[in-house]
Design a protein around this ligand. Structure first.
Ligand code: 5GP
Length: 142
């Protein structure tokens, strides 16, 4: 059996965390290295690694927690806006192999960028046309 993830250890109470929300299947706590005040992680209690591993009902519960928490966090820290994101897989920067949604409060003039900033300077392969990509996605969904 694989080692429990750090987030399972938080769920089990082995590691302390500032828990801000909890249901039967989802937990949310403050990030230990916040990008801004109130940076929160929303985590399924079951240790699914990626979105593709997560059952649909559970992903709905995760997003419902994100929906509930986002305005509460904004109001608590007097943020102007929020960036919500998932590093879904190591190539996207995921370090903890246990799905989590980042809720990052944003402030006017905070110096951060939009989601698009994560690809700033990246070499993107523009040789495949969008119609081919859209058709391939539709085929995967069949
Ligand atoms: P990732 O890069 O996997 O999307 O993000 C993992 C996040 O988990 C990071 O923002 C990191 O600061 C946070 N983190 C890592 N270990 C702990 C921990 O033990 N407690 C808490 N509260 N957050 C953690």
């Amino acid at each position: 059996m694989s080692e429990p993830t750090i987030f399972e250890r938080i769920v089990d109470g082995e590691i302390p965390a500032d828990i801000v929300h909890e249901t039967d299947r989802v937990i949310a706590f403050l990030d230990a290295n916040p990008l801004s005040p109130g940076h929160t992680l929303v985590v399924p209690k079951e240790p699914h690694e990626r979105l593709r591993d997560t059952p649909p009902g559970l992903s709905a519960e995760i997003f419902e927690a994100v929906r509930t928490l986002t305005p509460a966090i904004e109001d608590a820290v007097e943020a102007d806006a929020t960036t919500v994101g998932i590093n879904d897989g190591p190539a996207a920067g995921q370090e903890v192999p246990h799905l989590h949604v980042h809720i990052v409060p944003r402030f006017e003039g905070d110096g951060g960028g939009p989601i698009h900033a994560v690809m700033d300077g990246a070499a993107v392969d523009g040789t495949v046309d969008s119609g081919t990509i859209a058709a391939a996605i539709a085929e995967e969904l069949e």
